[in-house]
Design a protein around this ligand. Structure first.
Ligand code: SF4
Length: 334
């Protein structure tokens, strides 16, 4: 038996995962420790190069080196010229905007063809930074609304791709959101590789119901409407619409309130099996999570145990209870 299909893996990320399609992530090369920065150094990030590394097949990209800039090289920055943000080396006046834009369009197309589950970008880089970069007017800093040129092209051409910066990944909520989205996208790609059919799409959607509801109730309902249109739209269009809305829904961060709603909803499936003191114990654990006294993993683990014990079929298949490897410790924050 394929280990992924063992009964104990029902509803787990392992059930959907296949070793033939590992998590494949684009990354700014310097975050992995490659010495490609303007000063010949790197910007190795521990979470990226150690914690994530265990699960990821990396596709490292250094836009500045790939566009032909040497190591080391003069610093470059974003400069506002009229309506445009241009990529300029202040020490020489050299303008790399056209080269970087042309390169980025081609490179992003190559990455799309290869397939990725997510991308980790280096913050504050005029090529790789995804937000809040300083933009200059002449020699003066004008504002901090710049976006690195490669990052801008990546996000514009590939809106459904989960993208984050290494700095933002230090925030536990942003980190969890990114990892959830990356594993969801990997499951989507693995399911697509097996081939879609109406029943497979329904199974995929059903398994993600509680997870989606924890992220965004309206997005979850919209996805249900997309699935219901099977046969009314060309299949390819329907899958593309689902994929876009799936990632857009997951981009919404979960909240304690949304998780409490999902946990209480799950408890509803156990009302026949639990006596009043067991129900009270569970409700207290959920309440302690809501008030910040317990991390989410506690009520989730309690309910997961009960789902297995009483074999509640609908809940056994819910990926919400085990969406990513526990070694990532993502639900352990209070
Ligand atoms: S261009 Fe990107 S990958 Fe290359 S050194 Fe700068 S931040 Fe790192």
């Amino acid at each position: 038996m394929n280990p992924a299909n063992e009964p104990s893996h029902r509803g787990s990320w392992k059930h959907w995962h296949t070793d033939e399609l590992p998590l494949r992530l684009g990354v700014s090369s310097c975050l992995l420790g490659e010495e490609v920065r303007y000063d010949g150094g790197h910007a190795r990030d521990r979470f990226v190069a150690e914690s994530l590394d265990r699960w990821a097949e990396w596709v490292p990209v250094c836009p500045e080196v790939e566009v032909g800039m040497p190591i080391p090289r003069p610093t470059i920055r974003l400069v506002e010229v009229g309506e445009e943000q241009r990529l300029i080396a202040p020490s020489t006046g050299a303008d790399f905007t056209a080269e970087m834009q042309g390169y980025s369009a081609v490179r992003v197309g190559q990455l799309q063809a290869a397939g990725l589950d997510g991308y980790v970008l280096k913050k504050n880089s005029p090529s790789c930074g995804m937000e809040r970069l300083p933009v200059y007017r002449g020699e003066q800093r004008a504002h901090k609304r710049g976006v690195g040129l490669f990052a801008a092209e990546l996000m514009r051409r590939w809106p459904e791709l989960p993208v984050e910066e290494e700095g933002r990944l230090n925030d536990p909520a942003l980190r969890e959101n990114f990892i959830v989205r990356v594993f969801c996208r990997n499951r989507w790609r693995a399911a697509a590789a097996r081939g879609w059919s109406r029943s497979r799409l329904v199974d995929f959607h059903t398994a993600h119901k509680l997870l989606l509801r924890a992220h965004h109730e309206e997005g979850y309902r919209e996805l249900g409407r997309i699935v219901a249109r099977f046969g009314q739209l060309p299949d390819r269009e329907l899958y593309a619409a689902y994929e876009l809305e799936f990632q857009a829904t997951l981009r919404h961060k979960t909240s304690a309130k949304a998780n409490v709603n999902v946990l209480q909803h799950a408890m509803g499936y156990l009302k026949e099996q639990l006596d009043s003191s067991e129900k009270q114990y569970l409700l207290e654990a959920i309440e302690d999570y809501r008030s910040g006294l317990l991390p989410l993993i506690v009520p989730v683990s309690l309910i997961r145990f009960l789902i297995r014990k009483f074999e509640i079929s609908y809940l056994l298949d819910q990926i919400y209870f085990d969406p990513h490897p526990k070694e990532m410790m993502l639900r352990n924050q209070g």
